[in-house]
Ligand binder design. Structure first.
Ligand code: ARG
Ligand code: GLU
Length: 734
């Protein structure tokens, strides 16, 4: 007993010391051997660097794909079976759903290979090799080059690399910038285009808790779906064909039934999208004080309106559910981000860091020349940038995002501009080519459009635009229009929507059927279109150029600052910001204290779903079969001490794009599926803090339980490799 306690104590101590030593990080797989393997093994990893990434032998990387360009997925059988999130496969599940076969609502399990459903446009990309090509990219660059010529030279060099790098014909290459443009890597990839839908739980499981629980711990979402990669007979990428066969991967992930405990080592392997970990304090301050509040306020207004309409009308609910979820996702993230940045004193900490940085710079004559002006330059340019940055966000959020009629108008406007730019003789062919595509687009657009909802959003956000936007950026046309209505936005909105031809498909088709010249004339007189175009023009005249110019200056400073940090803090290991390339992050299963007196433990169970259960509610309903399985405690081999685990959290440093990433144990077995972060820790995109930042994963045992016991798709389990590493066994026929 004594001895046991002692061992536990040692384990706990090492957990805490490694936790405090953890700065987060999303590391490049090909550099693990040289940079990280010791740290990882100290923390508990049992694999070698070559097990994680190898060019000549199969390694864990060969089981990971970029899924549809935005999410991550992993291969979990020798026959190309893929696991990703429900919210990553959502579009495909929705596309295959009809009123009779509503896979979103009821779930879907292909009963045989023939029943697996094709998804045009969906692809899965493997990383074959990662090469450092920095020297080649920088060839011919000189210190006195201006940013424009520098950029041109770099793209010329990248072009050369693309055409000369060693690769097979069926492989692709992509060169990406790291460390704000201080380093470049080439990725040799293989992209499979035949990716079929295999299974998905009903939304009541896959989206349980919906927007209310989004970014929230404790969490109970079974956020998964399954696909399969198909390849040509010789196992190469191929367009969809009936003759294609299931892909035979170089590696697939064994699945551990052992589960996780607090303190366990975990790692997440995937494609994080974008982080900004090395910003100066002045930039964080601008985000916290100016940018986030503005975009939160704009979305807040849109969401309140859409939510009210959705609750009152089932059709609107269907039309807007997905749009609502996407607006709400980052709205909620930014609120959490601001709270977290404030609570963790991120700005003050960054200021301290900069003081130390400047001390080191000033102590070294070699640095003084290069870096002494850095911080004051940042201050200067961010101060100038602020109003353009804000205006850019206002414009993006209101015109391009939340007011649908404005967004629709900008799309039409870009078509019109192209039409007017080509000379007479080419126009007929242009119309013949573009018109059917526009008509096609509008069918989908109007199917999910309600002009009453949009009118209210328009009314509210036009007022926001007029009052929140810097007056010097507002077109005279708009100022006069609003004045002519005596600031009565409701009346203005009503009349614009009454007179516009862009509020329903019938009116729009009537317009589109006209000859190009009369359609154009009518469109240019359309009140909604006119408003959108006046905003676009004002953007082009007043905002675009200074925005780009200052942004270029700031980017250059950031590139120099990044280089300087690496140079000045010689002992510190730096990881590059996320840029949608393959990365590894690791951490430990760990609860957290979101606020004084509250501690969250790191695991949730099916019992928690029953606590949240609200019959008939669109977010918290629970399907009957799941309730029965719960009542009968029918958890099979997937349960743990009579309970069914659902989700868990750990200190892995993840971001958007890591959705669907595998959570692996110390031996590289699959233990969970990443899908979210905790709200208090969404600031990790700017300021990772191991005390509070946690990623959220579905426990793999819950996924297997749903596939097997709920979905009755045992045959899928049979093609997986289940292991119990603690007992060192492969599970057979359990
Ligand atoms: N927050 C997660 C992510 O950033 C999940 C988003 C999808 N779910 C939702 N309820 N909107 O992608
Ligand atoms: N839900 C996010 C995604 O779709 C991942 C979670 C996060 O941003 O951490 O990529």
């Amino acid at each position: 007993m004594r001895r046991f306690l002692f061992i536990q104590l040692i384990a706990l101590l090492s957990v805490f010391s490694s936790l405090s030593a953890q700065d987060g990080g999303m590391w490049i797989p090909s550099l693990i051997k040289q940079l990280n393997i010791d740290d990882m093994q100290d923390m508990g990893l049992k694999l070698s660097a070559d097990d994680l990434y190898s060019v000549n032998n199969s390694s864990v990387k060969d089981a990971i794909v970029h899924f549809g360009g935005g999410c991550t997925a992993e291969v979990i059988s020798s026959e190309g079976l893929l696991l990703t999130n429900h919210h990553c496969g959502y579009g495909q599940i929705q596309a295959h759903s009809t009123l009779e076969n509503n896979y979103l609502k009821d779930g879907f399990w292909a009963s045989s290979r023939r029943g697996e459903l094709k998804n045009p446009g969906l692809d899965a990309t493997f990383i074959i090799r990662i090469d450092d090509v920095t020297n080649k990219v920088f060839e011919g660059l000189t210190n006195d080059m201006d940013e424009g010529s520098r950029k041109a030279k770099i793209s010329q060099n990248i072009h050369l690399i693309n055409s000369s790098i060693e690769k097979e014909d069926f492989q692709d290459v992509k060169v990406k910038a790291f460390f704000n443009g201080n380093q470049y890597f080439a990725f040799i990839t293989e992209t499979f285009m035949d990716v079929r839908l295999v299974g998905a739980p009903p939304s009541m499981i896959g989206k349980f808790g919906s927007d209310t629980d989004n970014w929230v711990w404790p969490r109970h979402t079974g956020d998964f779906s399954m696909f399969r990669i198909y390849a040509s007979k010789d196992n190469k990428p191929a367009e969809y064909s009936e003759d294609n066969v299931p892909y035979r991967p170089k590696h697939f992930l064994p699945i551990s039934l052992d589960g996780v405990n607090e303190g366990d080592f975990t790692m997440v392997y995937g494609f994080p999208g974008r982080t900004e970990e090395y910003l100066p304090s002045v930039a964080i301050k601008q985000i916290v004080e100016v940018i986030n509040p503005a975009r939160i306020e704009i979305r807040d207004k849109a969401l309140k309106i859409v939510d009210k309409e959705m609750r009152a009308d089932a059709t609107i609910k269907m039309q807007y559910a997905s749009k609502y979820a996407s607006i709400a996702n980052y709205w909620k993230k930014w609120i959490g981000e601001n709270k977290g940045l404030k609570a963790s004193h991120a700005i003050e900490k960054r200021e301290k860091y900069e003081e130390v940085f400047m001390e080191k710079v000033n102590a070294n004559p070699e640095y003084i020349d290069k870096y002494s002006e850095l911080m004051s330059d940042f201050d200067k340019y961010y101060a100038q940038f602020e109003k353009y940055n804000l205006a850019n966000n206002y414009f993006g959020e209101i015109v391009y995002r939340n007011v649908e009629i404005l967004k629709f108008s900008t799309m039409l406007h870009s078509v019109v501009k192209k039409y007017e730019d080509i000379d007479e003789s080419g126009r007929e062919a242009f119309v013949a080519d573009v018109k059917p595509r526009v008509i096609d687009y509008t069918k989908g657009y109007f199917k999910n459009y309600n002009s009453k909802v949009d009118e209210k959003v328009f009314e509210s956000l036009l007022e926001e635009y007029m009052t929140g936007m810097d007056p010097e950026f507002i077109p005279t046309y708009l100022t006069e229009l609003v004045a002519s209505y005596n600031n009565d936005y409701s009346k203005l909105a009503k009349e614009v929507f009454e007179d516009s031809n862009l509020t329903n498909i019938e009116d729009f088709n009537k317009l589109a059927e006209k000859s190009p010249s009369s359609a154009l004339e009518k469109l240019k007189a359309d009140p909604a279109y006119k408003i959108a175009v006046s905003m676009l023009d004002a953007y082009d005249i007043f905002i675009k150029d200074p925005y780009v110019e200052l942004n270029t200056k700031i980017k250059k400073l950031q590139r120099t600052y990044m280089e300087a940090q690496v140079e000045v803090f010689k002992d510190k290991k730096f990881y590059p910001d996320a840029n949608s390339t393959l990365r590894v992050t690791w951490g430990i299963v760990n609860g957290y204290e979101p606020k004084d007196g509250v501690y969250y433990s790191p695991k949730t169970y099916l019992g928690g779903i029953m606590e949240k259960y609200q019959p008939g509610d669109y977010e918290f309903d629970v399907p009957e079969k799941l309730r029965t399985l719960y009542d009968e405690k029918d958890f099979g081999v997937y349960g743990e001490d009579g309970k069914m685990p659902v989700c868990f959290i750990a200190t892995n440093h993840t971001t958007g794009g890591n959705s669907g990433s595998p959570a692996l144990d110390a031996n590289g077995n699959l233990i969970g599926l990443n899908f979210d972060r905790v709200w208090e820790g969404t600031m990790s995109d700017i300021n990772y803090d191991a005390n509070i930042c946690r990623n959220i994963m579905v426990d793999i045992r819950y996924i297997l339980f749903i596939v097997d016991k709920y979905g009755g798709a045992r045959y899928l389990i049979d093609e997986m490799k289940l292991v119990r590493p603690k007992a060192q066994t492969v599970v057979e026929g359990e």
